[in-house]
Design a protein around this ligand. Sequence first.
Ligand SMILES: Cc1ncc(COP(=O)(O)O)c(C=O)c1O
Length: 447
Amino acid sequence: MKIPEKGLARDQVLEMLREYKEGDVNYQDSKTWSLVYYLGEEHTRFLTEAYNTFISENALNPMAFKSLKRFEHEVVRMSADLLGGDDNTVGVMTSGGTESCLLPVMTYRDRAAGRGLFRSKKPEMIAPQSIHVAWEKAARYFGVKMVHAPLRRDMRVDVDAVRKRINRNTILIVGSAPSYPHGVIDPIVELGTVAREHNLPFHVDSCLGGFLLPFVERLGYEIPTFDFRVPGVTSISADIHKYGYSAKGASVLLYRNMDYLKHQFFVHESWPGGVFISPALLGTRPGGAIAAAWASLKAIGMDGYLGLARRVMETTAALQEGIRSIPGLEIVSNPEMSVFAYRSTEKKADIFAIGDQMEERGWQVDRLQRPEALHAMVTPLHERIIEEFIADLKESVKRVIADPSLAKKGNAALYGMIAKVPLRGMVKKEVLKMMEQIYGPEMKMPY
Ligand SMILES: Cc1ncc(COP(=O)(O)O)c(C=O)c1O
């Protein structure tokens, strides 16, 4: 494959793009339960226009594109207001949840290093076993040891276990609001108290919940306080490209004040290319993503987000009620918002085989392990498919119970094996091999 000697006609290229897209999962019909937060064509067209208005602009240099710096500033201020911040709250926009989780690890590591902490040993951070993998990535990238704290039976982190894991090398405590796997909020108030007792920074990963929970709370649902209103919280990540319904590539990372954020800034003063400053991970920062995030917050507004949150929560309740009504299935714990896991209560109803059956019926479902479960991330448009989904799920459970051999076939056998293999190193080795094939010169896809 080479770049064409002679460029193709633009129309032809656009046609090819559309054709390639046909093999992708179809989120427009609401049969997908992750990856896309889709509000329909009208909102997508609006985001496209906002994005395209700044498609070439670069937020690398805030002096050159003052418009982008203004959008970023306003997004940070609006987010700070939403998440219990005050006039001292500061922050940056990032390319997404992962960047908003990577950066605090580096920032708090460098802050601790500046204070002469952990001089002889590797710095450590304490996070629940359910913490998003972005934090494991951060640990690896920035040479910080990840110390996991176990979960209680309700899948929220055991605060006493966190307390017991604190030592002289601890630089950071992390909690989720909510966690990705089970959609439950860790005991943020209690963790905040522990952090304050030990004078440690405390980050709340609210990448999923940051633009939904404040509205769920305003609707009158009982939501434990999880944001800057909790005194020990020093930073929060919240993704605008999730429940903020923006274009991909937009998240916000907020710190309680500049005493923390300043450790994130990168300045290189003697580069031949000039004095270089950077507030976050990327160099070139896409103007389109920043402008579209700003546009999304402005156009949807508090009333819009409230209405969307109501639809999301009502749809979630209906889906959960439907799942609970199916003998052999249950919801894992009691999630506060619209992300949840469901699993089987009967040995015969193998949950991964049920997942395969759902896929045969056109649903795109994600599998969880430890405990084995299926996953749902509910968006407003899922309201259209509640009955169809529950009917298909009922059928799938019936079919698997009638034919237990389905658990030993197809993806169920593969996922079942992966989830149960005690030697995790072996799983890692196999998956790494698979990655070499996907990213190898021949792009061999596993399925
Ligand atoms: C709690 C949490 N943190 C971080 C992330 C990472 O976000 P992204 O996929 O935007 O990098 C996710 C993604 O789902 C998440 O749920």
